[in-house]
Design a protein around this ligand. Structure first.
Ligand SMILES: [Zn+2]
Ligand SMILES: [Zn+2]
Length: 207
């Protein structure tokens, strides 16, 4: 069974960093570490978790700022869609230059694509490529949890005015790949509160 916990490491941008793990094998993954965090690191150690992956839903600074810290601490591979991999090492592409955000760049260890599946204990993490917010944006599906990055928010969708953004592509990604999931799928976005596919299908003004 998968358990998850949300951490907000970056006040201001309020990026949701998620830690999730398989309760039986204690294998775990970190999604979108916004910043280095001793609190998160201590939690992982206290729970006796083994970090198998650090996964970025996309390459913006507020989702990758802790990659280097957690990579060094737990020796886990940094995973991102191939189309966003370059953003990890370019302060211009990942916008850290604009945000005046001090960041230690780390390159990708594992490039993901639409057909990737990552094993976590007895569970599988399915990668869903959802371009639109960025070219290599992904959502992750495990169990009935959908980690939706900056693609789908509670009653909102990701912005498409940043480099690599495309409004039509974003809507198409959400309609073709996310809204088709079961209504009780829990949506865990990159910012703001959680939702479900059922709630978004009925109430999201963009859909
Ligand atoms: Zn973003
Ligand atoms: Zn974001």
């Amino acid at each position: 069974m998968i358990t998850y916990k949300t951490f907000i490491l970056l006040p201001g941008l309020e990026t949701n960093t998620y830690l999730f793990w398989d309760g039986i094998t204690k294998q775990a993954a970190i999604i979108d570490p916004a910043l280095p965090s001793q609190e998160l690191s201590d939690f992982i150690t206290d729970q006796g978790l083994a970090i198998n992956y650090i996964i970025n839903t996309h390459g913006h600074a507020d989702h990758i700022g802790g990659n280097s810290f957690f990579h060094n601490q737990f020796n886990a591979p940094v995973c991102i869609h191939a189309d966003d991999a370059e953003m990890l090492i370019s302060s211009k592409l990942n916008l850290s230059a604009y945000l005046e955000y001090e960041m230690m760049p780390t390159k990708a260890d594992l490039l993901l694509d639409e057909n990737s599946e990552l094993l976590l204990g007895n569970e599988r993490i399915k990668i869903i490529h959802t371009p639109g917010h960025t070219k290599g944006g992904i959502c992750l599906l495990i169990d009935n949890l959908l980690f939706s990055g900056d693609t789908l928010f509670y009653l909102d969708i990701g912005r498409t005015d940043l480099p690599g953004g495309n409004y039509e592509a974003l809507l198409s990604s959400i309609r073709k790949k996310l809204i088709i999931l079961p209504d009780d799928t829990v949506v865990l976005p990159g910012h703001g509160p959680a939702s479900t596919i059922g709630i978004e299908k009925l109430n999201n003004p963009y859909l």
